[in-house]
Structures are given as C-alpha cells and as structure tokens.
Design a protein around this ligand. Structure first.
Ligand code: ADP
Ligand code: ASP
Ligand code: MG
Length: 469
C-alpha cells in the first residue's frame, strides 16, 4: 500500500516526538508499505512566525526570534543526528538557510510597513520548512533514505493567499514526477505541509491547520491507498475531549460526517481535508502519535451509521452574528440577494444562515476576522434601504458560538431536534438562532459564547454519546 502520513504540530513538537514520528514512518515502511510523510511546523512555531510578521509590519524586527527558532530546531538536530557530523552539519545548514530567508523577509517588512497576504504566506510557511529536514533526519537515522521536499515544488494553487486552492491536474503532474521515483527507490520523502505555490512559483498557504489538507491533496495526487493523520488524540471523537472529558473515539465515520464535523469546528481535521480523499474514495485514518496502538478513526463511504442519528457535537468560537432586521423587509425583494452579494464581494464565507419565516429578520454568522469589513460594506450597500426604513438595523453581535450536532442518520429521524432543544432547555441555555442544513446531517444553533461549553456537554449527555463506539 502507498500511505501518506501527516504529523501535526504536537506530533513533531520536540526531539522525542520527532523521533517517534520517524519511528512510525519507518515501522510502516518495514511492513512493506510505501510511505510519504507530510509534516507540520513544530508546535507554536507558526504562531510565533505570524506574530513576528505582524510586529515587523509596525517597524519592529527583533532578531532574537531568529536565534530562538534556530536554537529550538538545533536542539532537536543535536539529539537526532548529533553523533553524525556530516548529517548534523547538513541539517543545520538547511535551518540557517531557511531562517536567513525569514529574517530578510521580516527585515524588508519592517522597512515597508505593509504586511500583504502574499508576504504573510512567505513568512508563516517557514515553520514547515524548518521541521521537514528534522523529520527526514530522524527517518534517515533509522536507516531509511529520506529527504525533505518543499511542497512549493509539488502543490500548485490559486493565488488566494492565506487559503489557496489546489489545481488538481498541475499538482498531480508535479507531485508524481517529483515523488514517484524516490518512492520507487524505497525512500521516504518528507514534504512540508501547509505551504504550496502558484503556477508562477509564488509561495501560498492552504490556511491555518492546512497540513491535513496538504496530506490529502498529496494522497490524491499520488493515488495513495490511505491517508493517515497522526495527531494528539485517539481519533475523531464525539466531542472535543478538552471540552467534554467523557468524549469517546468514533471508530468509523463517513466522509460527509467527517467534513461536516470539521466544518463545524472539530479542529482535529482541517475542514477541506476530506474532499480530495473523498473524490478518489481514499480511506482516511485519524490516529494518535502519542498512543499509536489505538486504532483511531477510519473515514469511509459507509461510516458505520449509528442508530440514534447524532454522532458528535462540535462548536465554533470566535464568530459574529450579523442580524439585519426591520418590519419593512417583508415583501421588499432583493435585500437578501444584495446582502449576500456584499458578503461574496468581500470574499467572506458565511458559516450559517437563518431567516425567520416572518421575513423581517435575516441573520448569519461570519468569522470575527471577516465580520467588521463585511458589516461596514453592508452599511454602505444597504444605505438606501436603511434610509427608507425598510431595514431598521444591521447589528453585529460579538460573543456568540455555533454549536452543531452532526450525524448522517439524523436525516429523517424524528425527535432529534426535540432532544437537542430539551437538553439545552434543561441546561438553561438560551438559543439565539437555529439552522438545519438541508442535508439533514446537522442541526446548528447559535448560543452566547459563554454558554457554548454547557450546550455541547448537554447535547452530548442527552444523546448518551459517552456510550458511543
Ligand atoms: P494537530 O497539531 O495534530 O494538527 P490539532 O490541534 O489541529 O492537532 O487538532 C487536534 C485537536 O483537536 C485535539 O487535541 C482536540 O483538542 C481538538 N478537537 C476538537 N474537536 C475534536 C473532536 N471532535 N475529536 C477529536 N479532537 C478534537
Ligand atoms: N503549521 C500550520 C498551522 O499552525 C499548519 C498546520 O499545522 O496544519 O496552522
Ligand atoms: Mg491541525
């Protein structure tokens, strides 16, 4: 089998973790499989890089960060290959070269004071470029030939910086040409996650948490047999285990459940991960690098449906509810169309929509980073309607969260909404807005952010998800 395996930030967060990642790759290859590794940056490195870029854009460049990053990665190289002078020097050379580039970019930024999305991508992708040589060294020190490969040479994307989309055909050609010969020689290539490049070679990123997506893009390009996502929990669970301690691992879920869960906030998978794998029906596994004996979760077509419908509960924080209301909206055509034209023109994505049947209120949810510019644009575009009183208010309510109950079998199952709302009522949680996707694979609701954890736990309890398997 050809297996593409991805290691997340905590799974490569220290020398010990990188050794373990290398071991997992080598062990899998020893069983006769072909293996391609895709790695994230070491934990917290991407945040530090973005912080440095923001600071540099205000004119402050602190060279200490370059040194800190060098020391953190060098300490790993010392442990991994300290006793092999040539290999050690080669890894340090790679680290220095990448940090030099990072420093130059930040220095330039501190002069021009303008952080463009393009420049932010060039800087924030440095973490993966630092991690890949270390993971490759860990594999090589275990006797398998391994080389770090920059995904900028493999994944071709659009130029939507900060959330670029892969161009499938171009990516397939490049990835196959570059990786297949190495795989055929029995090598284990280590690809930088998160980053990619346009057809002109300009570096892009796939969005925060995008290394999962990189793995499935590369898996699809190589016609891999499986994609394995190694993370820090025992697979996809019935809820975020850090919020719901009694959450259980789901042994099997469907592609649609996985993408719905990821979309509604289950951070364990980047929300775009499933699509490239689904198109080719490549099974995806989510596994725990801290507990590799655990079978984790398998994402498949059937997904082992659960009789009771709801399989998991998720939440999205950091979102804003925009409400447009006014009794004059009733029967005034075009307001909804105009509203969503503005949202689209701002390239913002709507996480959830709900319209009261009286037609005098529409509300939708945007991420907190996108909402201010959308609301400002709406006030301009709907100025006439506001002036005429067709719309009374455009409100943006801050501290809310979306809570979603997800499962394929919810379709047509009676009583699910009643159970959800009963649970919330019992927990004293006020529901601000409701939406049920027409796919009937989820019910999502908006609650005050401070109520989100209680809401998730109450729904989890009501469907007895702690007894799920
Ligand atoms: P990685 O660094 O491996 O990409 P992430 O932090 O991006 O890991 O994702 C794993 C985390 O996702 C877990 O530690 C957990 O806190 C969180 N999480 C949220 N919802 C879920 C869920 N339903 N199942 C499992 N983990 C979840
Ligand atoms: N390092 C990137 C991030 O922190 C991508 C990833 O880890 O998936 O967002
Ligand atoms: Mg992640």
């Amino acid at each position: 089998m050809l297996i593409v395996m991805k290691f997340g930030g905590t799974s490569v967060g220290s020398a010990e973790r990188i050794m373990q990642a290398g071991q997992l790759a080598v062990d899998t290859a020893a069983k006769g499989h072909e293996v391609v590794v895709v790695t994230s940056a070491m934990s917290k490195v991407t945040d530090a890089l973005i912080g440095a870029a923001r600071l540099a854009s205000t004119g402050h460049w602190d060279p200490a960060l370059r040194e800190e990053l060098f020391e953190r990665h060098k300490a790993v190289a010392d442990v991994l290959v300290g006793d092999d002078a040539a290999r050690h020097e080669a890894v340090l050379g790679a680290l220095r070269q990448r940090l030099e580039r990072f420093e130059k970019l930040c220095f330039g930024l501190s002069m021009v004071h303008e952080l463009t999305p393009r420049l932010l991508d060039a800087i924030s992708g440095t973490g993966e470029m630092l991690a890949a040589p270390l993971v490759a060294a860990a594999i090589a020190s275990r006797g398998r030939t391994s080389q770090a490969v920059e995904a900028t040479e493999l994944i071709v994307t659009t130029d939507q910086h900060g959330g670029a989309e892969p161009l499938t055909d171009e990516t397939r050609v490049k990835t196959t040409e570059r990786l297949k010969p190495a795989i055929a020689r029995g090598e284990i290539p280590v690809v930088t996650g998160f980053v990619a490049a346009t057809a002109d070679g300009v570096m892009t990123t796939l969005g925060r948490g995008g290394t999962d997506y990189s793995a499935s893009i590369i898996g699809a390009a190589l016609n891999a047999d499986e994609v394995w996502i190694w993370t820090d929990v025992d697979g996809v669970m019935t809820a975020n285990p850090s919020e719901v301690p009694e959450a259980r691992t789901l042994a099997e879920i469907s592609y649609s459940e996985a993408s719905e869960l990821a979309y509604y906030g289950a951070k364990v998978l980047h929300y775009k991960t499933i699509l490239p794998a689904f198109r080719q029906r490549i099974p995806v596994r989510v596994l725990n690098s801290f507990n590799p004996g655990h079978p984790g979760t398998r994402v498949t077509v059937e997904g082992h449906p659960s009789a009771q419908g709801v399989k998991a509960v998720t939440s999205i924080r950091g979102v804003i509810l925009v409400a447009i209301s006014g009794t004059g909206m009733q029967g005034t055509p075009g307001i909804v169309a105009k509203t969503f034209d503005v949202v689209a023109a701002q390239q913002a994505s709507v996480l959830m929509i709900s319209q009261a049947s009286s037609e005098n209120n529409i509300c939708f949810i945007l991420s907190a980073t996108e909402a201010p510019r959308v609301v400002a644009a709406l006030r301009i575009a709907l100025e006439f309607e506001l002036m005429r009183g067709h719309i009374e208010e455009i409100e943006a309510e801050q501290q809310v969260a979306i809570v979603a109950a997800v499962g394929d079998r919810m379709r047509g199952a009676p009583g699910i909404a009643a159970t959800v709302f009963g649970a919330l009522g019992g927990a004293g949680v006020n529901v601000i807005a409701i939406s049920q996707g027409s796919s009937e694979r989820n019910i999502s609701l908006v609650v005050a952010e401070r109520d989100a954890a209680d809401a998730v736990r109450a729904i989890h309890r009501a469907f007895q998800l702690d007894k799920m398997s």
